[in-house]
Design a protein around this ligand. Structure first.
Ligand SMILES: C[S@@+](CC[C@H](N)C(=O)[O-])C[C@H]1O[C@@H](n2cnc3c(N)ncnc32)[C@H](O)[C@@H]1O
Length: 213
């Protein structure tokens, strides 16, 4: 290539080049969070998929409840409740196993533990997910509708060996009792944003969420 050909190549100013490098670094950070950041709540921002993340305290309380309910070596299913999955993993404990059932494919960064899940097809799950193979299922359905709760309940009943921890609006109390035999807990879950509807937890077993207020 001659010098004159080289002169034809458009060149970026150092300022533009720096801005471009910063942009690429940010993109990389978002698609490939570092090991330490990987399980931070909020690393994946809320979007239009009816996403309302729990506060750090609530996620921790629910994670601790799930571990206690699952027992030593227990299996935990987080259905549409990604922050509980993240908090469980952020604890860096080896004495339980956990799967994240989620519609938002951004959570596929969690690899083998991510199971794509759409409540509209409640039993459309991979073969490796055997019926009644989880000691506890914690679920937070995306919508406050009877249809969404009914379909999510099908998944919950398929996955659980018995214990259920459901988080949803107070208005769903009667329907939740009918579908899953769960009762409202005293514990009040909190979110990072203020919700328009009163929000509660429901269980079908003797849980810590009724004792530690
Ligand atoms: C109300 S949010 C619950 C999140 C929970 N508060 C947390 O912090 O982990 C509902 C969840 O359902 C997921 N979701 C949205 N559409 C869905 C669908 N069609 N099937 C299953 N889950 C869905 C959202 O991505 C979101 O994580």
């Amino acid at each position: 290539m001659s010098d004159s050909d080289d002169d034809d190549i458009p060149r970026l100013s150092s300022h533009t080049l720096a801005a471009l490098q910063e942009f690429y670094a940010e993109q990389k950070q978002q698609s490939d969070p570092g090991r330490d950041d990987k399980y931070n709540i909020g690393i994946i921002e809320e979007n239009w998929l009816s996403q309302f993340w729990y506060s750090q305290e609530t996620a921790l309380q629910l994670a601790k409840e799930a571990i206690a309910a699952a027992g030593e070596g227990g299996r935990i299913a987080c259905v549409s409740a990604p922050s509980v999955y993240q908090k469980l993993r952020a604890l860096h404990r080896e004495d339980f196993s956990v799967y994240i059932f989620e519609y938002d494919k951004r959570f596929a960064i969690y690899g083998e533990e991510f199971i794509f899940y759409d409540y509209n097809n409640p039993l459309d799950l991979p073969e490796k997910i055997a019926a009644h193979s989880f000691d506890i299922v914690i679920a937070d359905p995306p919508y406050l509708s009877k249809e969404c709760l009914r379909k999510t309940s099908e998944t919950i009943k398929y996955l659980t060996q018995g214990k259920i921890l459901l988080c949803t609006g107070a208005v769903m109390e009667e329907e939740a009792a009918k579908l899953l035999g769960v009762k409202m807990c005293k514990f009040i879950p909190k979110h990072t944003r203020t919700l328009g509807n009163e929000f509660r937890c429901y269980v079908n077993y003797d849980s810590g969420l009724d004792h530690e207020i």
